[in-house]
Design a protein around this ligand. Structure first.
Ligand code: ADP
Ligand code: MG
Length: 391
């Protein structure tokens, strides 16, 4: 299935290894506030250390606009990594050039160096070959474990792999295996649940899943545009008028596979403490807006989800950030948790919704990559994966 070389296929003894990790973590007042992504890379880092490598770690962090910006420094990440891995971690104030080279050369087997934010250089997002070469000069082997950035062809995710032996880390392998399998050879019945704010973000995903899945259950803000395309007034609901034509097409392509909510929770304001009521799907009164799927919808979707062989879920069913409108999303999370098949959740907000719902440990695979997982579900090949050595 996964036809790329991984770290199991390489001898790391005495080698310096450049590892592209996804350490794009939230930081507040110089402290990492959620280290899920750092922890997700630990199996790869530990394996490399156990096999005699020294590590040069690189990642982007946030979206710095004009070169170096202390707000986006990787230093707090290096400090945090040192704490959780239980050994000193060196830090280089630049990811390429003399500072980085000197720090990398000083490494002995077992040592770890974290480089400064790759996006402090414009060459990163431009996939500048010169920057890629400079990154490659820091090590003997390149390992890509940054699934969350693999959909971008940047210098540290794609370009650099052209100048070094390049293989996948364990996190990358695991992500591609679960998501790839779900798309290429799912255990049936295959049920996709799609929600979130907008259709326009996910047209490719809906289209691809309509060809692969047995049922596509739609909720969240994107359902509103489908409702409007069916001719219902949707009041003040979030709606994308520019996607109405696409929604109509998808409705006709999808036929009975595409399932919309049968009832919705509406509110008179976009606020947690708004007045709310449940209506069967039909015209939404003026001044009201759809905030969540209703209990009837959760019940009907649950009947489809529980017996599934594979479930893929992207996009919350409602405005789950407001506790009063989280029931639909949490209800679906519970159904997915009860499903005995392979269950996969991807998407930044979807993952935080599942965590909030308290059932995260009952999900087979929670993807660490938002955009990357969407591109996988869309059936695209990720450039950061394509460039790795074939088995
Ligand atoms: P993900 O990050 O999992 O891919 P999205 O970013 O596409 O998900 O969508 C998540 C957002 O969609 C959440 O912030 C949620 O509040 C919003 N949302 C869901 N349902 C609605 C709705 N009915 N009206 C407005 N926003 C909604
Ligand atoms: Mg999101």
């Amino acid at each position: 299935m996964f036809n790329k070389k991984t770290i199991r296929d390489v001898d790391f003894k005495g080698k310096r290894v450049l590892v592209r990790v996804d350490f794009n973590v939230p930081i507040k007042d110089g402290v990492v506030t959620d280290d899920t992504r750092i922890k997700a890379a630990l199996p790869t880092l530990q394996y490399l250390l156990d096999h005699g490598a020294s590590l040069v770690l690189c990642s982007h962090l946030g979206r710095p606009k004009e070169g170096p910006d202390p707000q986006f420094s990787m230093r707090p990440v290096a400090d945090h990594l040192a704490k959780i891995i239980g050994k000193p971690v060196a830090f280089a104030e630049d990811c390429i050039g003399p500072v980085a080279e000197k720090a990398a050369k000083a490494l002995k087997p077992g040592d770890i160096l974290v480089l400064e934010n790759t996006r402090f250089h414009k060459g990163e997002t431009k996939n500048d070959p010169e920057m890629a070469k400079q990154l490659a000069a820091l090590a003997d082997i390149y390992v890509n474990d940054a699934f969350g950035s693999a959909h971008r062809a940047h210098a540290s995710t794609e370009g650099v792999a052209r100048y070094l032996p390049a293989v996948a880390g364990f996190l990358m392998e695991k992500e591609i295996q679960y998501l790839g399998q779900a798309i290429a050879d799912p255990k049936k019945p295959f049920v996709a649940i799609l929600g979130g704010a907008k259709i326009s973000d996910k047209i490719g995903v809906i289209r691809n899943l309509l060809t692969k899945a047995d049922q596509v259950l739609i909720g969240g803000g994107m359902a509103n545009t489908f409702f409007k395309a069916q001719g219902y007034p949707v009041g003040d609901s979030l709606v994308e008028d520019e996607a109405l034509e696409t929604a109509k097409q998808l409705l006709s392509e999808g036929g009975t596979k595409l399932r919309l909510p049968v009832d919705v929770v509406i509110a008179n304001k976009f606020e947690d403490n708004a007045e709310k009521k449940v209506i069967s799907m039909g015209p939404v009164p003026d001044g009201w807006r759809i905030m969540d799927v209703g209990p009837e919808t959760v019940a009907t979707f649950t009947k489809v989800i529980i017996p599934a062989g594979t479930v893929v879920w992207n996009g919350p069913m409602g405005v789950f950030e407001f506790p009063n409108f989280a029931e639909g999303t949490f209800g679906i999370a519970k159904a997915v948790a009860e499903c005995k098949g392979v269950t996969i959740v991807g998407g930044g907000d979807s993952v935080s919704a599942v965590k909030k719902s308290g059932v995260a440990d009952k999900i087979t695979h929670i993807s660490t990559g938002g955009g990357a997982s969407l591109e996988m579900l869309e059936g695209l090949v990720l450039p950061g994966v394509a460039v790795l050595q074939d088995k």
